[in-house]
Ligand binder design. Structure first.
Ligand code: SPD
Length: 357
């Protein structure tokens, strides 16, 4: 082989290798090159038109992926292998991700729209300086119900869910913290309780709910409730608001024993490759017009005070979804209970689900 042929072969092998590597990276889930951005969000949690608007304004192509629980999202980010530039976890998950060193610090100089966020939603205990996260949506956990189908039940108390008249007539959202937390709250315990006796008591009480439980479901709970497939659902407040948009007969309440107050914030995971794009996306979502459009589309409660000011009164003035301080003071935020206790909650939830079969 002549020197020239060897050179040619070498160049060919290197070029082919580079081409293969580039196409592998581009096709692997969540690859974010210079002009792409991978966003990892809950299902049904953004107006798709806003993604298109962001792409058009910035020239950045968004690769959008969804998850259905904080636990699934954390596992995927921890595994590595997938590049996510922006993710939207809830408060206790943010605290855990910080502990596990899975988050990058935000550059606030690139987030001027942060000034539109109501100070009530800043500096919360899971991220006191907002060094790693900024608000996206917030809400409560409660009961959506169809007054025409539940007789005299008012759902001021969680115990109403156990009423015999609701046989096979209750949907539960598929969340370990929400369902175990509801069991604990119904007994007067904190939804952050770690006392094993209390947890077993909650599980025993939940198992008595099984005759009433029609199904434990994800985002489809909205369609099922709006279509009156059951009379009652345990839901996140924003889902209730969307259900009630579809079917005005329904109502939403947070029982008096207390419930959960939650916050979903935007973060940049350690896996990020497009840091500048990630900041641009976060700042875009904080823009009041964008946040208002997003709020109208997904139905959840916005922490953006200037978005709230331009939203119609029937949204911004609805105390079921923008509860006053008296109600929010009765509510509890999930603590990061640590990896062992979080797994234990998941195991208890699985046990409850298995008991139903
Ligand atoms: N379909 C969007 C659901 C987002 C709900 N996030 C709530 C988190 C509560 N811990």
């Amino acid at each position: 082989m002549t020197q020239l042929v060897r050179m040619f072969l070498l160049v060919f092998i290197v070029a082919f290798g580079l081409m293969y590597l580039t196409s592998y990276l581009n096709s692997s889930a969540g690859y974010s090159g210079g002009n792409t951005l991978t966003v990892y969000n809950w299902g049904d949690y953004i107006d798709p038109e806003l993604i298109a608007q962001f792409e058009e304004e910035t020239g950045i192509k968004v690769i959008y992926q969804t998850f259905d629980s904080n636990e699934a999202m954390m596992t995927k980010i921890k595994q590595g292998g997938t590049t996510f530039d922006v993710a939207i976890p809830s408060e206790y998950a943010i605290s855990k991700m910080k502990e596990d060193d899975l988050l990058l610090k935000l550059d606030h100089s690139k987030l001027p729209n942060l000034e539109h966020i109501d100070s009530r939603f800043m500096h919360l205990s899971f991220d006191p300086e907002n060094a790693y996260s900024v608000p996206y949506f917030w809400g409560t956990v409660g009961i959506v119900f169809n007054p025409d189908l539940v007789g005299d039940l008012t759902f001021d108390s969680w115990d109403d869910l156990w009423d015999e008249s609701l046989r096979n007539n209750v949907f539960l959202l598929d969340g370990a913290r929400e369902v175990i937390g509801m069991g604990l709250n119904s007994l007067g315990y904190s939804l952050n309780d770690t006392n094993e006796e209390h947890l077993q008591e909650a599980l025993a009480k939940l198992s008595k709910l099984t005759p009433n439980v029609k199904a434990i479901v994800g985002d489809e709970i909205k369609m099922l409730m709006a279509n009156e497939e059951a009379a009652v659902g345990l839901v996140w407040s924003g889902d209730a608001s969307e259900i009630m948009d579809e079917n005005e007969a329904l109502d939403y309440i947070v029982p008096e024993e207390g419930s959960n107050l939650w916050f979903d914030n935007m973060v940049i995971p350690k896996t990020a490759r497009n840091l500048d794009g990630a900041h641009q996306f976060i700042n875009f979502m904080l823009n009041p017009e964008v946040a208002a459009q997003n709020t109208e589309y997904v139905g959840y409660s916005t922490p953006n005070k200037d978005a709230l000011a331009i939203l119609p009164e029937d949204i911004s003035g609805d105390e079921r979804f923008y509860p006053d301080e008296e109600l929010t003071e009765r509510l509890e935020v999930y603590d990061n209970l640590g990896p062992r206790m979080l797994s234990h909650y998941n195991e208890l939830f699985l046990e409850f689900k298995m008991h139903r079969k």
